[in-house]
Ligand binder design. Structure first.
Ligand code: SAH
Ligand code: SF4
Ligand code: F3S
Length: 455
């Protein structure tokens, strides 16, 4: 139904944010118009996440609230995309009669086509069967590797962009749905990636974050979408870092087991690779790591941390932590707290363990109560908050280069190379987003730094 307005609500990780961008682009190309007001939309897309029970509940409560809207406006089309769509498929339509379309993670490129079918009066459509190889690896114009069209260059005022380098995951951590909702790991052609980065940088982007569920295993296990194998992640980093004009390069997410010597080396040899790494550890207990199928020990993890810190002194390290995995004893939890003291993460995302359908851990015995998980999570988060503050105070007196994101009413906000949010007040309006400024840090909070701009 071209000329209709659409609204996309995105839950979950960068993968979904990227997929929402792709859906928005596909719809715009087909004459749809994006609106930021839900009530104005004739098509509502909910791009869903199922990584934890809470994320999934949010989706169903939003869908529930749309039921009324559909009653008052029967022409409204409601589409469920993303990981819950992939996981639940037809069940969503069976449970929620007002949903018109369920589209799995592997099929988003078919969105306009499916909407066209709906507009001819077809009843609810479910397209969410899993393919072994994701079919929607974006293609760059001129490349012969896949059938897909180029993504649009950066919109104005976007100076930092994510570039997908791989899809899916082969790791099957016992708590995680991602291998089921995103399928097997497949890496994108290296030339396409470099070309996309080049296009983005030429259009004004300063900072690129290479994106995948497990970027370190890039090029190791599956087709590089018709490119050559093996092709290491370190090699890709070197290739991308050489794109002329690229000021900052980052990547996320890394699996500790796949951090190679070659990759650690990149932190000493690639100047525009930012001094920052997100390295999810999930638990400080070897026993729990084994039950999680993480394939590394705390000793080997710490050894890698030490080497990363020697390769790039001052590197900011962040992590993810699951608290209250089935069978986690007080001793195991203490091991997690000890690890926190040892590494002193700059920040972390920590979550109560949550059962996910179809995962191995869902059937494990020795589940902890919600209360006990909550109690431990609070202890962990309180200590992490203190450490984040102490870590942030280490920057006081230092001058950091800041990539400006906003500058309004004399208040500037941007990010340092270590990925800290930096604020500065009393700034002139001539500094534009996308500029680099030097800020001398004079105050540190838990979540951000305050600086004075140097002349
Ligand atoms: N691919 C990334 C992260 C994927 S999901 C990685 O391997 O690091 C993001 C985070 O959600 C995970 O790191 C984990 O900490 C958390 N998570 C995943 N499944 C979970 C579950 N069942 N319960 C609680 N947290 C979970
Ligand atoms: Fe999930 Fe583990 Fe894959 Fe990360 S590495 S996406 S936690 S299975
Ligand atoms: Fe969620 Fe799917 Fe991402 S489950 S975290 S949106 S890969």
């Amino acid at each position: 139904m071209p000329d209709s307005t659409f609204f996309i609500k995105t839950f979950g990780c960068q993968m979904n944010i990227r997929d929402s961008e792709i859906m928005a682009q596909k719809l715009s190309e087909n004459g749809y118009i994006e609106t930021s007001v839900l009530n104005d939309a004739e098509l509502i897309i909910i791009n869903t996440c199922s990584v934890r029970g809470k994320a999934e509940q949010k989706v169903f409560s939003m869908l529930g609230s749309l039921r009324k809207q559909k009653l008052t406006n029967p022409a409204l089309k409601i589409c469920v995309a993303g990981c819950v769509a992939q996981q639940e498929g037809q069940k969503i339509i069976d449970r929620m009669g007002h949903v018109d379309l369920v589209i799995g993670t592997q099929h988003i490129y078919k969105l306009p086509e499916l909407l066209a079918q709906l507009s001819t009066g077809r009843t609810a459509i479910n397209l969410s069967d899993t393919y072994e190889i994701p079919q929607y690896i974006p293609k760059i114009q001129g490349s012969q590797t896949t059938d897909f069209e180029p993504l649009e260059p950066a919109r104005p005022f976007q100076f930092s962009r994510f570039v997908t380098i791989m899809q899916g995951c082969n790791n099957f951590c016992t708590y995680c749905v991602v291998p089921y909702t995103r399928g097997r790991e497949v890496s994108r052609n290296a030339e396409d990636i470099v070309q996309e980065v080049d296009i983005l940088v030429q259009s004004g982007v300063k900072e690129i974050t290479l994106l995948g569920q497990n970027v370190n295993s890039y090029g190791s296990t599956n087709t590089v979408a018709n490119g050559s194998l093996p092709y290491s992640f370190a090699r890709l980093l070197r290739d991308v870092s050489r794109v002329e004009g690229l000021k900052r390069l980052r990547f996320t997410t890394s699996h500790p087991k796949d951090i190679s010597d070659e990759l650690i080396d990149c932190f000493s040899t690639i100047p525009n690779l930012c001094p920052q790494i997100h390295l999810p550890v999930q638990s400080g207990s070897d026993r729990i790591l084994k039950r999680m199928n993480r394939k590394y020990s705390i000793a080997s993890y710490l050894e890698k941390i030490d080497r990363l810190q020697s390769a790039r002194p001052g590197i900011a390290i962040t992590t993810d932590m699951i608290i209250g995995f089935p069978g986690e004893t007080n001793r195991d939890f203490q091991d997690t707290m000890d690890l926190l003291e040892r590494v002193r993460y700059h920040g972390s995302f920590s979550f109560k363990y949550s059962d996910r359908p179809g995962t191995a851990a869902a059937s494990y015995a020795e589940k902890l109560s919600e209360t006990e998980k909550g109690r431990r999570l609070q202890i962990f988060q309180n200590r992490q908050d203190q450490i984040s503050l102490e870590r942030n105070r280490e920057y006081i007196g230092q001058t950091l280069s800041v990539l400006v994101e906003t500058n309004m009413d004399g208040r500037l906000m941007g990010r340092s190379a270590t990925n800290h949010i930096v604020h500065a007040a009393g700034v002139t309006g001539t500094i534009q987003p996308g500029a680099f400024v030097d800020a001398e840090i004079f105050h540190a909070g838990q979540h951000s730094l305050l600086g004075r701009l140097s002349e």
